[in-house]
Design a protein around this ligand. Structure first.
Ligand SMILES: Nc1ncnc2c1ncn2[C@@H]1O[C@H](COP(=O)(O)OP(=O)(O)OP(=O)(O)O)[C@@H](O)[C@H]1O
Length: 386
């Protein structure tokens, strides 16, 4: 059963009021959380992570596989939340959206499911993605139909159907005008790369669902490749390894923590603890894994990322290859935080590799620049006809 809209157009909020009831005010022609007290409660529950914006019209949006980010013109990144929605599968009611749903991952009773509505940067579950987007736009201060204009990041290889789905999802939640920008172009802008100049730059955006690689020059994409190997694939490789070698079942969240733990444990020959469930007995088990073993388990997906990058470099015109050799490769996306990925790419390409500042928000910040700076609007794609 799909998520339900409550009476009077309200999105239901059970589970201890995890989601506020949204109301459509015909008089005010706006969605709202009903009263100031409710908005204050919402703000208090999300300290330091999300700010409830004032009335702002223009936004940039990155609907990512793992995280949805919203940039409000002249305010910066106002929303950075997991792309997750917790649904009661018996009643169809939405219980939590964003960070709260993300925390429920792997800890839900049988009748609750945490849905990730985005897959490889494309909308996988239109209805749930719409509900999530609606909620997160409210957090960003979006006030109602027709008032907001948005620049939305889209995977560079997305199909016409994928583009349509994003545009429709935005229009359904009341965004007035939507324009798309290829994610690598947005990420390069956000990382401060000179995408408009007559010099080649190589950007590698490592997300959760895809790794996007692009050579950019004179505001255009000269060579690009998108591979469905990224943070999620690394987590799955760890899950697969532990199941095969130790008959240990671990959840997605535990696999992600193990992967992130590589940075802290690196260089000291240390081990990483991992807690899971013995597949045969069903009992909880804790193992201490050597760092080298974790790295070996990640080797296959990492090699696929590296070979995709070298393949793009091989297809690059010689003049641009020279520019890239000089300027180096820039990594964006939170997946680029994987400890040692930059050095691995540096060895494989023979060029310096740097990780952009705050790599996860680079794409939405770049799209945000297009919202704020009219001189960058030529980088946007025209919206397909309805
Ligand atoms: N410190 C870290 N070390 C390794 N991986 C990390 C770290 N921090 C975050 N990640 C991974 O980064 C990925 C999320 O990256 P990001 O938020 O850029 O993806 P996304 O934009 O949602 O995905 P996509 O671009 O594929 O749609 C997750 O797989 C997460 O596990």
């Amino acid at each position: 059963m799909g998520p339900q809209v409550g009476a009077g157009g309200a999105v239901g909020g059970a589970a201890g009021g995890a989601v506020q009831r949204l109301r459509w005010s015909a008089a005010g022609r706006a969605w709202s959380y009903g009263c100031r007290a409710e908005r204050t409660a919402l703000r208090a529950r999300t300290p330091g992570r999300t700010t409830v914006g004032l009335l702002t019209r223009d936004i940039a949006l990155d609907l990512g596989t793992a995280a949805t980010r919203i940039y409000n013109a002249h305010s910066g990144v106002t929303v950075n939340e997991p792309s997750a929605v917790a649904v009661n599968t018996t009643t169809g009611r939405i219980l939590a959206i964003g960070a709260e749903a993300g925390r429920m991952c792997g800890r839900t009773p049988a009748h609750v499911k945490v849905i990730r509505p985005m897959r490889a940067g494309n909308i996988d579950d239109f209805e749930v993605a719409g509900r999530m987007l609606h909620h997160l736009l409210l957090l960003a201060g979006h006030r109602g139909p027709g008032r907001t204009q948005a620049v939305v990041c889209a995977p560079s290889d997305t199909t016409g159907v994928g583009r349509r789905a994003v545009l429709d999802a935005c229009r359904v939640v009341g965004v007035g005008r939507v324009r798309l920008i290829p994610k690598p172009v947005a990420a390069a802008l956000g990382a401060g790369l000179p995408v408009q100049e007559a010099t080649g730059t190589l950007i590698v955006d490592v997300g959760a669902g895809t790794t996007e690689i692009a050579v950019l020059c004179l505001s255009g994409v000269v060579a690009a490749r998108s591979v469905p190997v990224s943070g999620d694939a690394l987590d799955e490789a760890l899950q697969h390894h532990l199941r095969k070698r130790y008959q240990l079942d671990i959840g997605r969240h535990t696999a992600e923590q193990l992967k992130r733990g590589l940075a802290e444990a690196a260089g000291e020959g240390r081990t990483l603890p991992v807690r899971g469930r013995d597949a045969a007995s069903g009992l909880p088990v804790t193992l201490a894994l050597e760092i080298e073993e974790v790295r070996a388990a990640l080797r296959d997906p990492l090699e696929r990322i590296v070979s995709a990058v070298t393949a793009v470099l091989d297809r690059c015109p010689p003049e641009l290859s020279h520019d890239i050799l000089e300027r180096g490769v820039t990594l964006t996306g939170d997946g680029s935080r994987l400890h040692g990925l930059d050095l691995l790419l540096q060895e494989a390409t023979g060029t310096p590799v740097r990780i952009a500042q705050d790599p996860g928000t680079a794409a939405v910040r770049g799209a945000g620049r297009c919202v704020e700076e009219p001189s960058l609007r030529h980088l946007l794609e025209a919206a397909p006809a309805r």
